[in-house]
Design a protein around this ligand. Structure first.
Ligand code: ZN
Length: 290
């Protein structure tokens, strides 16, 4: 199944993207894709409901905005430096254990919403990533059972402001958490939609030029390892997101770096998880001060 949410920001309703490309509204039966939905077996209920009701369900116009495919979760956990080529371009050693950091959940937006450059930002950068959405409460999960805890996968752009992240002291969360810095989707794909999450092509372009072109097979730590590892340090709740790291090709690794400017267009995709597109705009206040 491919789960979507559609409508105005903050008022999204749940839907499903069918195999024929049409979108249906399931909000009459399922209130939202949130912690309670995943915790109470919502995915299985949705699957069985679709079998007899998909054809008669109300259609969603293709013109309607897509929101993030899940409601705002309790956490967005990110994995840093999970590709050797990205660690090298940022002049970091490949980590011996997964690097974990947080992204504020308020950064979550729809897949094609504009990327708003925050106040005083100078170094806004992109990171195409495979996001894992947790399906049930996970604490001290062994690696060989970790995939039982995965509800599905989605495309994510882990936007980063490098001066906030690396030059302002403290933790990376400063550079990862601005509003609009986590476009997720277009859809959440349940695991049966993907033949192998460990071998998916991933790419990102800026203004039509390829910047990132890799595969999830190049991760240092794979998805089962990451779910198990993160669950050693915190309880993951249904609907929580783990973003699994980015390959080489970010602006920070360029010489000289070419950070995002208003008017730029970022397009990205992961095999089986669709594509997204963000237009870069200044915050209204930023425009006044220029
Ligand atoms: Zn990242």
């Amino acid at each position: 199944m491919k789960l979507i949410r559609f409508g105005e920001p903050g008022k999204e309703k749940p839907g499903v993207l069918l195999n024929d490309g049409s979108r249906i509204d399931v909000s009459g039966v399922f209130p939202d894709y949130d912690e309670a939905f995943f915790e109470k077996g919502g995915l299985a209920a949705l699957r069985s409901w679709l079998e007899s009701n998909a054809r008669g369900a109300p259609h969603v116009a293709a013109s309607l905005r897509l929101g993030p495919p899940i409601r705002r979760p309790s956490k967005i956990v990110c994995i840093g430096l999970n590709f050797r080529d990205h660690a090298a371009e940022t002049k970091a050693e490949p980590p011996k254990e997964p690097v974990i950091f947080f992204k504020a959940t308020t950064s979550l937006v729809g897949p094609n919403d504009s990327l708003v450059i925050p106040r005083n930002a100078k170094k806004v950068d992109w990171e195409v990533e495979l996001a894992v959405v947790i399906g049930k409460r996970a604490s001290y999960v062994p690696k060989d059972r970790a995939l039982d805890y995965v509800a599905g996968y989605a495309l994510h752009n882990d936007y980063s402001e490098r001066s906030f992240q690396l030059e302002r002291g403290g933790q990376w969360v400063k550079g990862k958490s601005a509003d609009t810095f986590a476009p997720l989707g277009p859809f959440l794909a349940t695991p049966d939609e993907l033949s192998n999450p460990g071998n998916l092509r991933m790419w990102l372009k800026v203004n039509g030029e390829t910047r990132q072109n890799s595969s999830t097979s190049n991760m240092i730590f794979d998805v089962p390892t990451l779910v198990s590892y993160v669950s050693e340090f915190m309880t993951l709740l249904p609907g929580d997101v783990i973003s699994t790291g980015t390959p080489a090709g970010v602006a920070l690794g360029m010489n000289p770096p070419k950070y995002l400017q208003p008017g730029d267009v970022v397009e990205l995709g992961i095999e089986g998880l669709g594509e997204s597109r963000q237009q870069v705009v200044n915050s209204p206040l930023q425009q006044q001060s220029q």
